[in-house]
Write a new protein. Sequence first.
Length: 297
Amino acid sequence: MIRELQKEDADATARLVLAVNPHRIETGEMVWARANKPPPSALRRDWVAETDGEIVGYAYTQLDASVTAPAKGRFWVGVRPERRGRGLGSELYRTVEAHLRPVSAPRLRTWVDGDPAGERFVRQRGFELTGADRVSDLDPRAVDLSRLPELEARDLRLVSLAAALDKVEALFARFRSGEIDLPDDLVEWTWDDLEHPNLSHEGSFVVLDGEQPVSLGLLTVDLKRRVAYNQLTATLPGYRRRGLALLVKLATTRWAAANGIERILTENDRENDAVLALNEGLGYRPIYDQGIWVLER
């Protein structure tokens, strides 16, 4: 039976997502927040496939919030590995298509996390691989933090997000209102960042120039699994190439190691050589490439 996601399904759905891909952070709070946060114009819908009272499949879709017309959709479909091959994924995909059909979205986008079966699934439906993100992980307890004192001693001030939340919120608001042009590589600043249910305000860090945030590293955490995720690392264009990204990454890593985190995950555009080199220098190890698949209709 395929039906709409209910709040009581959220924890089981998170467990399903982790069964499909354990290299990520996923909690019931995250599942339910994502399902309910987008504006009505995004046409967000979430469904689960249930068999004998067990959640065995999950799918969601919505229109890209940054797009006005024509509408462009994104979606994800996942089925528990031991339940594959029974048509559940196909039925969930048909449900996604039926929901998007009235808006005639000319472009659909999805992600496949290094899963050959998932790649076959989307390729058979006409999707083409258009890019990829490199997914890597790091043991924060093994990172060399010796450069932190030197980086912290500069004129700019490093503080936790908890100490600068109002300043960062004001900066985000100015970007979203169009008062400040948003750099191309920061266009995804959305609820996933400051309003993320697993965002650590103590484990995320901000660099201030006076009272102006100029660089930040946001860390989401799952303390039960002792896993964290680099939600966002960003530096304003005029402050780049000054070691600020390294500073906030080392600060979040130091906090993670001191607070029981045993693994930090990150994903970055496979073509972004500068960020990949920074991560490699910190000790991140590649796990797989997350393929970006697109269908032009």
